[in-house]
Ligand binder design. Structure first.
Ligand SMILES: O=C(O)CCC(=O)C(=O)O
Ligand SMILES: [Fe+2]
Length: 190
């Protein structure tokens, strides 16, 4: 079973629109992209997305909103969540993706990610089959069931302003974006 805990309207529409406007502004200025390589792309075979450097106020605002729901989210997963990492603001353009991976709490990797208990993704953009301004296509956040069982795949609804949380060891991917720009915020509760 894939255990997802979703909160619709996690960000109200005014807050969501303000964040999108800020991301649109930053997205046009490649110099502000946080990344090791000059193009702002990391490990292109694994992941193609851009992390945007938003203002400290916006980061703090999103983090506060997340922490206000930490007890509720932790109760769902039966774990105590004390803190969350600095939220990452992600921009996926046409062709961008993130291959199946786990965010943490997995025996495969022994690094700081092992302290991640619950992953959280906030959806900011409108999804639409047809290419229309302000929408994106493709870019589904798809969860995969345990490799020991029959193949199970579940896609998040991804309504704008909604939050989806899942155990950090749950395998998930973002399928390639086919048109438009997809913005999400990702963070991890510990
Ligand atoms: O953008 C998303 O929907 C998910 C991002 C993700 O999986 C990650 O940053 O680890
Ligand atoms: Fe992830």
């Amino acid at each position: 079973m894939i255990d997802l805990y979703e909160i619709d309207g996690f960000l109200d529409d005014a807050a969501r629109a303000e964040i999108v406007a800020e991301l649109d502004r930053i997205g046009g200025a490649p110099a502000t992209v946080l990344s090791a390589d000059p193009g702002g792309r990391v490990q292109p075979a694994v992941r193609k997305t851009t992390r945007l450097a938003v203002s400290p106020e916006t980061r703090a605002r999103v983090r506060d909103t997340l922490m206000r729901r930490a007890a509720e989210i932790g109760a769902h997963f039966g774990v105590e969540l004390r803190e969350c990492e600095d939220p990452q603001f992600l921009r996926y353009e046409t062709g961008d993706f993130f291959v199946p991976h786990q965010d943490g709490n997995t025996p495969m990797v022994y690094d700081d990610s092992r302290f991640r208990r619950v992953s959280a993704v906030i959806f900011l953009s409108h999804r639409a089959e047809q290419d229309a301004p302000g929408t994106y296509g493709g870019g589904s956040l798809v969860f995969h069931g345990p490799s020991t069982g029959p193949p199970v795949q579940v896609a998040a609804e991804g309504r704008p302003g909604s939050l989806v949380t899942f155990r950090a060891e749950t395998t998930h991917e973002v399928t390639p974006v086919t048109h438009g720009v997809r913005y999400t915020i990702a963070t991890w509760f510990r």
